[in-house]
Write a protein that binds this ligand. Structure first.
Ligand code: B12
Ligand code: SF4
Length: 440
């Protein structure tokens, strides 16, 4: 069979004012450029386990309006999309089906809402695709595709992970490639729409598999920059103590997402920096206590950690590892003072990068269900607003418009060239000081 793998791959925001602003703010533009060119690891993973008798083509659709002609001649189209672009993904699926090509869809959104997706495709894969992909291919060959495959058990054993088919990519188009070392997260944040929706357990890929993936990338890209597609990387510190020296040998630069506990272990930070880790993204969520209460539903972990936030950021950065601190602005418990609080925290801790987002009710999250129950969703099923930058709920401490204006003003301050440069200059100074003290 000839199989078309299509990744919906755009960066989205509905708010026109914000979009326009985003196009002009240096700090914002910089990060958008970096992430906008990431490929779909989900599809590349399925490609990696596709039997060799099939031929594969990997395509990206960033904006459906720009797609005039459909590539044809396929026996099966497999589409992956997150929530914000799901409307376009459904439209694309409808168009392929109109010309007689069967479509299978998978990913976080359709796993949360399989019945909705089934209106637009021949088969919906729920959960981790590896568990169902071979069945989908066999059934397509026998012309007996089922409507639903898979489940949300999160039972896939990561030691069975195929090496993603990075060779399908036109490498010069990308400035980073992704590798996944783990799925899930030991915490349970109310709004989390990442892989905890696919895997209830926290599970790690064996080190040898991770290294095989990195070696494969290195065989097609000599000095790659790697972004780990993990939700929370350094949960198992012993695993990382073993993996980091291997990464150092391979001379890669990399970036990942982690919780703040990575700062607890000074020895680990040192090896981390030496291994090529350039930056860690940390969901700090709120610079003030009140917004944090109840976010993490198992043990209120984030609230408990809040008191150490500033020290932790400074400690990580002092080791030469940049921190991208992420704040969710407009959480329950946030009033109009939150904007100034985020700005002061960023200034005081000298965060190298900062990311602000709006609380977003993604389907399948407890946050969505709670807002729905409380009658606080502005519009139901407005998936195109699930961008992390658009407001689709009634905040408790201000009006949606106050939140919107405050968010835009905060963005202007945080991403201004001068503020960004000052922080980065201070980061360099602090790191030099650290190196000097270490060698003294
Ligand atoms: C890389 C990435 C991107 C890339 C995506 C490239 C791509 N086309 O896939 C880019 C930069 C383009 C991107 C953009 C956006 N992103 Co993003 N991104 C990520 C990131 C960092 C890693 C995702 C990843 O690679 N996971 C690993 C793979 C293996 O998992 P997977 O995709 O879920 O695939 C598995 C299954 O879902 C399934 N599967 C997936 N697709 C298919 C298809 C078929 C046919 C089958 C059978 C199975 C299957 O099988 C796979 C293997 O098990 C995550 C955060 C994180 N740490 O996970 C956020 C994340 C996915 N992004 C998010 C968001 C909000 C966005 C944006 C809306 C941001 C914006 N404002 O523009 C856009 C939306 C893009 C869209 N098209 O809708 C949210 C999504 C939440 C949601 N439920 O929708 C996440 C979870 C971040 C977060 N914490 O909120 N993103
Ligand atoms: S710590 Fe991050 S990845 Fe883990 S549940 Fe919370 S938001 Fe999700």
């Amino acid at each position: 069979m000839k199989i078309g793998l299509i990744a919906m791959s755009g960066i989205r925001a509905c708010d026109a004012e914000l979009l326009e602003l985003g196009l002009t703010l240096p700090g914002f533009v910089e990060r958008s450029k970096v992430i906008a060119s990431l490929p779909s690891l989900g599809l590349l993973t399925l490609a990696g386990m596709t039997p060799k008798q099939h031929s594969l083509q990997y395509l990206e659709v960033a904006d459906l309006r720009q797609l005039k002609d459909l590539s044809s001649g396929f026996d099966l189209i497999a589409i992956s999309s997150y929530t914000a672009q799901i409307g376009e993904a459904y439209e694309l699926a409808d168009r392929y089906r109109e010309i007689g090509i069967p479509v299978v869809m998978g990913g976080l959104h359709v796993s949360a809402l399989p019945e909705e997706a089934a209106l637009h495709c021949d088969a919906v894969v729920i959960g981790e695709g590896e568990l169902s992909w071979h069945d989908v291919l066999k059934d397509r060959e026998n012309k007996s595709l089922k409507q639903f495959y898979g489940n949300d058990s999160g039972d896939f054993d990561l030691s069975q992970s195929p090496v993603p088919a990075y060779e399908l990519l036109d490498i010069p188009k990308y400035n980073r490639l992704t590798v996944q070392t783990s799925r899930g997260c030991p915490f349970q944040c109310e709004f989390c729409a990442s892989s905890i929706l696919l895997s209830k357990k926290y599970k790690q890929k064996p080190i040898k598999n991770v290294l095989a993936e990195i070696d494969k990338i290195k065989s097609i890209w000599k000095r790659p920059f790697i972004e780990l597609a993990d939700d929370n990387t350094f949960v198992d510190k012993n695993y990382w103590r073993e993996l980091l020296p291997e990464l150092k040998k391979r001379q890669v630069k990399w970036f990942t997402e982690t919780d703040i506990s990575v700062a607890d272990d000074e020895a680990l930070l040192r090896v981390l920096q030496e291994s090529g880790c350039a930056e860690v993204l940390i969901g700090l969520e709120s610079p003030i206590r009140s917004g944090l209460d109840g976010i993490e539903r198992k043990g209120n972990w984030k609230l408990k950690r809040w008191i150490k936030y500033k020290d932790a950021v400074q400690k990580i950065q002092a080791h030469g590892i940049r921190v991208d601190g992420c704040f969710v602005v407009g959480l329950d418990g946030h009033g109009p003072d939150i904007f100034e609080e985020v700005y002061s925290f960023t200034k005081e801790t000298n965060l190298f990068d900062v990311q602000i987002t709006i609380p977003t009710p993604f389907p399948g999250t407890p946050f969505y269900d709670r807002l729905d129950k409380e009658g606080r969703l502005l519009e139901k099923n407005a998936w195109e607003r699930c961008t992390l930058f658009d407001i689709n709920f009634q905040p408790t401490g201000m009006t949606p418009e106050e939140l919107r204006k405050g968010f835009i003003n905060l963005g202007m301050k945080l991403y201004s060239g001068e503020f960004t440069e000052n922080r980065r200059h201070r980061f360099d100074e602090e790191y030099k000081k650290y190196l000097h003290n270490r060698s003294a």
